[in-house]
Design a protein around this ligand. Structure first.
Ligand SMILES: NC(=O)c1ccc[n+]([C@@H]2O[C@H](COP(=O)([O-])OP(=O)(O)OC[C@H]3O[C@@H](n4cnc5c(N)ncnc54)[C@H](OP(=O)(O)O)[C@@H]3O)[C@@H](O)[C@H]2O)c1
Length: 264
């Protein structure tokens, strides 16, 4: 996720390669990042933060405590904007580790890789208009950005962070139906993906309620209403809504210290 944001930032020229210092744990990815992006890449987090104006933290949630609850990091981040994208790690927890930092919690998603991401920002009490503007600029380089309060971030982690995985399952299932009815797999997938893209763009651009858009394509006694009723028979709405509820419940526990390593 960190690399997706980095690539978007460099592509959109929000920063130049000379203005970026990345840290990772192992030497191999550091070398690859240096070669690929022409940026500085090393292992000393506190030294990199001491030189930086803006710090983006993109490690797994369970590694956050050992990284941030540290005197060198407290000193290196004092008075600076620190943006965390870790799922489940609340602003209050971040604030306890880094009391002098200007904190913003962000929840992006993987479509940031293709500049179609969605990021929700939750500013901490020490972050003001200036810090939010910087964070907006960073994540606008890889997609849409909105702001919400921290209390909504578990729901956002589910709907936005995990949402693409849920959409892939729906997309694949629709393509399966096309294959069942004789379409080639690659053709069915292309059609299904473009249908998702088109439908999503209709919702965003027209600002119409999805139910109104659905009604526009539902001819009396036609094929669309036949398919829609089959979806309702399968209780698809409650299954999808409960999917978001369950993922949000798990997201709320991700920042804890002794969980098994979560995989997204
Ligand atoms: N994946 C998603 O869809 C998604 C969406 C929203 C938010 N997030 C959040 O994004 C964060 C990263 O997730 P990810 O899937 O991108 O994880 P990832 O692929 O494991 O990447 C984590 C990176 O952090 C580096 N790292 C780990 N410990 C470090 C340390 N102590 N010092 C310096 N670098 C360290 C790793 O370096 P090495 O490669 O050297 O180990 C690796 O480059 C998570 O907190 C997650 O909750 C993910």
């Amino acid at each position: 996720m960190g690399e997706a944001i980095l690539a978007g930032l460099l592509h959109a020229q929000v920063f130049t390669p000379a203005g970026v210092h990345v840290t990772v744990r192992r030497p191999e990815p550091a070398e690859r990042l240096r070669q690929t992006y022409g940026i500085a890449a090393g292992h000393d987090n506190a030294a990199a933060c001491a030189d930086a104006d803006v710090i983006l933290v993109a490690v797994k949630p369970q590694f956050m405590v050992e990284l941030l609850d540290d005197d060198r990091m407290r000193a290196a981040t004092s008075g600076k904007l620190v943006i965390s994208i870790a799922a489940g790690v609340r602003l209050a927890t971040l604030g306890a580790w880094l009391p002098e930092a200007k904190l913003i919690r962000a929840m992006p998603n993987t479509p940031c890789l293709v500049s179609q991401g969605m990021t929700v920002l939750a500013p901490g009490p020490r972050s003001g208009v200036e810090e939010l503007a910087i964070a907006r600029k960073i994540f606008a380089a890889v997609g849409r950005v909105i702001e919400l309060e921290d209390k909504h971030m578990d729901a956002v982690t589910s709907l936005n962070g995990s949402g693409p995985a849920f959409a892939y399952v729906m997309l694949e299932a629709l393509a399966d139906g096309g294959v069942m009815m004789g379409l080639r797999r690659d053709v069915a997938l292309e059609i299904a993906a473009q249908v998702f893209l088109g439908a999503a763009t209709m919702v965003l651009d027209t600002k119409l309620h999805p139910a109104a858009l659905k009604d526009q394509v539902t001819t009396p006694a036609g094929s669309t209403i036949a398919g829609l009723l089959t979806m309702e028979d399968g209780r698809i709405r409650s299954v999808l809504a409960r999917t978001i509820q369950e993922a949000a419940r798990v997201a709320a526990s991700l920042g804890g210290p002794s969980k098994p390593e979560p995989h997204g």
